[in-house]
Ligand binder design. Structure first.
Ligand code: GLC
Length: 655
């Protein structure tokens, strides 16, 4: 049962698809305080609070303050409050209840989940304008399903997007991309996609190609596709300001860029230098920008990633001149401890400065709205522009699309990746914990940069991360400029890497099938253990084991130099220890605690009691997987029933 309450006059986010009539009066269970602009909810000791999609810390969100404030912050440490996304869904669960709340408002919201008062959850708003959906369910899964139905069916990627993707900021030329692909092919490590980061463009201009380094782009796209490899270019939110650049000139002419109070276009700076931001909150602008993707679609491209769409701002022209003026006032002064830090922060706090998000405006259905009031739906609307355009331009085809910034509602147009993580062991575990929370909020196609984006990746980290991400939908190795190369062939044990990636491909019938079944029925693909073992106190507290689909539990090794780990089995399960797709042992283990050995080159998978996991022969790319080779690993000696979902993976589905 879902009830909708309204506070103030919220701006419509289009995040829900079902119209629920507004219930007037108090929100049962919540204390409203107009003065502090907050809502408070009492937590019981046994309550576990899930949700908030892409965020830091644990699956159980109790004990910290989280903030919905889409942020381009590459330091994802525990002391932070926001990442790139705002997914304001919280699910409070205990053996007695499964109640959820969805806070639909596009501005900044703070969630104090037992941080200030351990038994209270307080939600504080910058603007006390929101639609509040309160959902009561019979179980955790039932509550999530109701929410997912409310927000509409999730985006479906093409099947090839479940294969291995190789990315790097940046592959600089056709020769470099060819070399990457050829090396994967000659090492017989499967691969389905290579990502083109900002340097494929002409001076970082969206919808352009550097003709010197990437000549005859359509031919090159075809050459790659003939070898089973999809090129996936990046698109950034800012449009370079340059005379003669058609996207910039058209946008200026049509008045499609975000404006300052004085009516002039905001000038910000990102990768291309000075840019304008398209006003994605305006439907005409979305249509115009969306149509631009055709520049690449018509060259055979069938996948994109949308970036810097919080939006990230290195500086604005106005703020920069204020900073220079201010710096002048420090000249010749004796800087004491306070003024020194003020001085340092002038430059240090120049990027993504909160002041800058109050300097520009949007045209939301004819209403002039200051950016900070709708900040969290900017990236969503950039991706919506693309998603709507794909439906218009290639209605029957699935196009890969994932975004860095997001808000609930965007899940209907694309997936997400979780931004600039680090080559840290702790980030590997976070990437697993984020998956169930993202699924709750409708983001089914998602993943993190495998191996870590910044920092230097070691061979053992890469291997363990590939094993940990074995069932995560987006399976992409991405790294930053200046870091150690982390293409798999750059490390020593290529046979081990081959075995791990081949195993991923062997498991695609299960991964894709379970993903699609969950997606089409508004279910979870990756779940905390408590979703199934709801009365098991131990299972409820587990943060490093996750259920995947109906048959599998994963319990990956995530500590450096570990050759195994402790695993808790809430029921009897079959341990499958893979050294490769066709070299594995199976062992039935009884419920309870176990120490499981797991060498660096081994992937451990647990098949649940009474369940079945299909496995096929690997291939060099997803399209070449041969389902006639499927065999089944069964918990029981006698095979049990298993419904294997499959489709062509390319045509869009309209059910
Ligand atoms: C941002 C993205 C990262 C990308 C880089 C250059 O930091 O998050 O993935 O490689 O920009 O485009």
């Amino acid at each position: 049962m879902i009830r909708r309450y309204r506070i103030g006059e919220p701006i419509n986010t289009d995040s829900v698809v079902e119209q629920i009539k507004i219930t007037t009066g108090e929100i049962p269970g919540w204390r409203k305080n107009q003065e502090t602009r907050s809502l408070t909810f009492q937590l019981n000791d046994s309550d576990v609070v899930y949700g908030l999609g892409e965020s830091i810390r644990g699956m159980n969100k109790r004990g910290w303050i989280y903030e919905s404030n889409n942020s381009d912050d590459p330091i994802h440490t525990e002391d932070k409050h926001s990442l790139y996304a705002s997914q304001n869904f919280l699910l409070v669960t205990s053996p007695e209840r499964s109640v959820a709340v969805y806070i639909d408002t596009p501005g900044r919201v703070c969630f104090d989940i037992g941080y200030t008062a351990p038994s209270e959850m307080s939600i504080t708003f910058d603007d006390f304008d929101a639609d509040i959906y309160v959902i009561d369910g019979e179980s955790r899964l039932d509550t999530v399903r109701q929410f997912r139905k409310l927000i509409g069916r999730s985006y479906i990627p093409p099947k090839w997007a479940f294969g291995y993707g190789q990315s790097r900021w940046s592959y600089m030329s056709v020769e470099e991309v060819r070399n990457v692909v050829n090396t994967y092919r000659s090492e017989e490590i499967p691969i389905d996609s290579v990502y083109l980061d900002i340097d494929y463009m002409d001076h970082y201009k969206d919808f352009t190609i550097d003709e010197d380094r990437f000549p005859d782009f359509a031919d090159f796209t075809k050459e790659m596709k003939d070898d089973g490899v999809h090129l996936v270019p990046i698109i950034d939110a800012g449009v370079k300001i340059e005379d003669g650049y058609d996207v910039c000139e058209e946008g200026v002419e049509k008045d499609y860029f975000c404006k300052k109070e004085n009516g002039k276009n905001l000038v910000a700076a990102v990768w291309p230098g000075k840019v304008y931001f398209p006003d994605f909150l305006n439907a005409d602008v979305r249509k115009w920008f969306g149509n631009k993707y055709d520049f690449l679609l018509s060259k055979g491209i069938d996948g994109f990633w949308n970036d810097m769409n919080e939006p990230a701002i290195f500086y604005t022209e106005d703020h920069l001149s204020e900073v220079f003026e201010k710096i002048d006032t420090y000249k010749g002064r004796n800087l004491d401890i306070r003024s020194f830090f003020e001085f340092k922060d002038l430059v240090g706090a120049i990027d993504n400065n909160p002041e800058d998000y109050r300097r520009f405006y949007h045209d939301c259905n004819g209403q002039k709205v200051r950016h900070d009031k709708v900040h969290n739906i900017f990236g969503y609307n950039m991706t919506r522009a693309a998603g709507d355009a794909f439906r218009r331009l290639c209605p029957n085809k699935r196009i890969l699309m994932f975004s860095r910034a997001s808000y609930v509602g965007m899940h209907r147009y694309g997936g997400v990746w979780t931004g600039d993580n680090k080559s840290w062991w702790s980030h590997m575990l976070v990437s697993l914990k984020q998956q169930p929370a993202l699924n709750m909020c409708g983001f089914m196609y998602s993943g993190s940069d495998i191996g870590g984006f910044t920092g230097d990746c070691t061979e053992d980290l890469m291997m363990r991360w590939l094993e940990l991400a074995m069932f995560i939908p987006l399976y992409r190795n991405h790294s930053a400029e200046g870091t150690r190369r982390q293409e798999l062939y750059c490390f020593g044990h290529q046979d081990w890497f081959r075995n791990i990636v081949q195993l991923r491909y062997a498991l695609i019938p299960y991964i894709y099938g379970e993903f699609m079944k969950a997606l089409l029925s508004d279910d979870m693909y990756m779940m905390p253990l408590s979703f199934v073992y709801a009365d098991d106190k131990r299972a409820i507290e587990i943060e490093d084991q996750v259920l995947v689909g109906e048959s599998v539990m994963v319990a990956p090794v995530y500590l450096q130099n570990s050759t195994g780990r402790s695993v808790y089995l809430p029921e009897d399960m079959k341990l499958v220890r893979f050294r490769s797709f066709d070299d594995y042992d199976e062992e039935v283990l009884v419920a309870g605690d176990h120490y499981i050995e797991c060498a660096l080159n081994e992937t451990i998978v647990f098949v649940r009691k009474g369940h079945v996991m299909p496995l096929c022969a690997p291939a060099k790319c997803v399209n070449e997987l041969d389902y006639s080779t499927i065999k089944y690993i069964c918990f029981d000696a006698e095979p049990s029933e298993y419904e294997l979902y499959n489709d062509d993976g390319l045509e869009s589905i309209t059910i």
